[in-house]
Ligand binder design. Structure first.
Ligand code: PGA
Length: 248
């Protein structure tokens, strides 16, 4: 059985004082957890995670990375820099990056490769817009997003990625995909992983994201191919995040 992963996506939120309280509450509350836990924070706070979470079972990560290794790329952050601060994970291709920064499937694939080369676990996000779901294009859109990544990595590297299905219409809106709606997409994604590497596909975690909260986490996480959650809003409140961890 796949061990579940509950990953927080703080997005552009936090301050040193707010984070200190949140991280210490999560650290003390997660003591008995039987799932994997991570928080993906804004880059300026990697060092704070390193000092406050170091030695615990809680991992930390970034929310984006550059495809370049170093050099004249003002404002960008390299995969090696995340690794230098102890990041284990990095979110790649979040819908907010795709929408506000024009990230294409091709760029997301390149970022996935950059993450893997530095030993980071990329959390590759895929998801459809509301109009795409309503016009019956969900599998086509989400499938193409994953296909671009699968084409860029080797069969061995497949074992080192995490996939997150995040229907764009469910992110931060309070609307959640029903467990069955999510499961259907997860099963389709699992099929693509199987075609690439039948052995490793069973071990790859596919997270659900989009308004996962304490009151709906249990039923989502009970589905066969939902291996955890990528949690936005609810990861900013220790009590909610811990309740989701307990549900896992
Ligand atoms: P949400 O965000 O939980 O606030 O909907 C999820 C995400 O964007 O990763």
């Amino acid at each position: 059985m796949r061990r579940k992963l509950i990953a927080g996506n703080w997005k552009m939120n936090g301050s040193q004082s707010v984070n200190a309280a949140l991280l210490s509450d999560i650290r003390s509350g997660a003591g008995q957890a039987t799932c994997d836990i991570a928080v993906c924070v804004p880059a300026p706070y990697f060092a704070q995670c390193q000092s406050l979470l170091g030695g615990s079972s809680i991992a930390w990560g970034g929310q984006d990375l550059s495809i370049h290794e170093a050099g004249a790329f003002t404002g960008e952050v390299a995969a090696s820099m995340l690794a230098d601060f102890g990041c284990a994970f990095v979110i790649v291709g979040h819908s907010e990056r795709r929408t506000y920064h024009g990230e294409s499937n091709d760029l997301v694939a390149k970022k996935t490769v950059s993450a893997l080369r530095s030993g980071l676990t990329p959390i590759v996000c895929v998801g459809e817009l509301l109009e795409q779901r309503e016009s019956g294009k969900t599998d086509e859109v989400v499938g193409a997003q994953l296909d671009a990544v699968l084409a860029a990595i080797s069969a061995e590297e497949l074992a080192k990625i995490v996939v997150a299905y995040e229907p764009v219409w469910a992110i931060g809106t309070g609307k959640t995909a029903t467990p069955q709606m999510a499961q259907n997409v997860h099963a389709m994604l699992r099929g693509k992983l199987q075609a690439k590497n039948p052995k490793a596909a069973g071990e790859v975690k596919i997270l659900y994201g989009g308004s996962m909260k304490p009151d709906n986490a249990g039923e989502l996480l009970a589905m066969a191919d939902i291996d955890g959650g990528l949690i936005g809003g609810a990861s900013l409140k220790a009590a909610d995040f811990l309740a989701i961890i307990r549900a896992a």
